[in-house]
Design a binder for this molecule. Sequence first.
Ligand code: CA
Length: 423
Amino acid sequence: MQLLVRAGLAAAAMLVTACATIQPSDARHVAHHHHKAPKLSPQDIKFNQFVTDFRVTALAAGITPATYDTAMTGLHHNQKIEDLTQVQPEFVKPVWSYLDSAVSPTRVSDGQSHMAAQATVLTTLETKYGVPREILVSIWGNESDYGRGLGSFNIFEALATLAYDGPRAEFGKSELLAALKMVQQENLNPKDMPASWAGAFGQLQMLPSTFLKSAVDGDGDGKRDLWHSAPDALASAASEVSSDGWQRGHACGYEVRLPANFAYEQADGDTLKSVADWSKLGVRTADGTALPANAETAAIYIPAGMRGPAYLAFGNFKVILKYNNAVSYALAVCTLADEIAGRPGIVAPWPRDEQPLSHDERIAFQTGLTKLGFNPGKIDGTIGHDGRAALRLYQKAHGLPADGFPTEGVLAAILTEVKQKGL
Ligand code: CA
């Protein structure tokens, strides 16, 4: 969910500008010729019925009538949000483009300023939770650009739009109930709770259910305000990351260099080995020295395949993945933290000449692998864990380095084989 929540912010921004507005002439026409209330669409009727029915559920769960009515009166199903739940991106941003903006020089220098400004609370949080200050500041930067991007939807309208109908209804209902509980517990004004289209809000883009579980008052004013208080946001991030299992005194990981003869199927993010065993296979630090001794096991990620950087990831990297389950996100948090703290970022070049596959090409890739007997999972235009695993099997079967990275080149080879075999 978290990935979708956060990806949603950018997509929402695009759609808001793309949406047509009613032309003034149309509005005049409606006003002039129809003297009764505008006719409700079937969605309006269904939405209004949901708001009425859900009141019973909410009151049974301890929400007061006053809270419910203040939060839920005057809402409409939001067509922009309904469109966003259907969006299939034409191109998925390559990991290097994602990191270019997530770990930009401005993001780094802003992070350093914010880290200095929040030094007092960060020292307290490091002691209490064991999470380094640069990790907390980096999460803050990645989630909301240090509080600049808080979302622009009414949280109740957003969650009710997800809840009244469609594939995300159960998610919408449970988060809507959590948001109503938040209003009561925190004594919030329901008309002043901006969120992303998927209901994530504030400087951490947190979901209401996560807020109820993990949010912390960082500035000691007795309130947990993730919209306006940076110390509250930082303390809540520390609380969440700590409860997800962050290990005090350990790093996320670091960039490594793989030897030319490396068996790339081991760099799948799942294969865990001791640092000593990775060393025996020829893995070195980015500047070519031996890996420092470490008792933890680690996995290796090559998010842009064999031609791109490799990253040795320890348990804390997996903790960041729990916060938002995307390798590019975890890499952004860990790398931005390193750069804020004055350590080097990723140094190996990315294969920027590789074109990301279009939506149709991703479908063709999945269909082709399926026809050739490799199972890439559901044919849905999203190449995830199963798709990369299937590609590795295909690459191994064809004597290719099994890096699991879909390129235009490997797609062409798959399509040629499908054609040759008449499949
Ligand atoms: Ca507070």
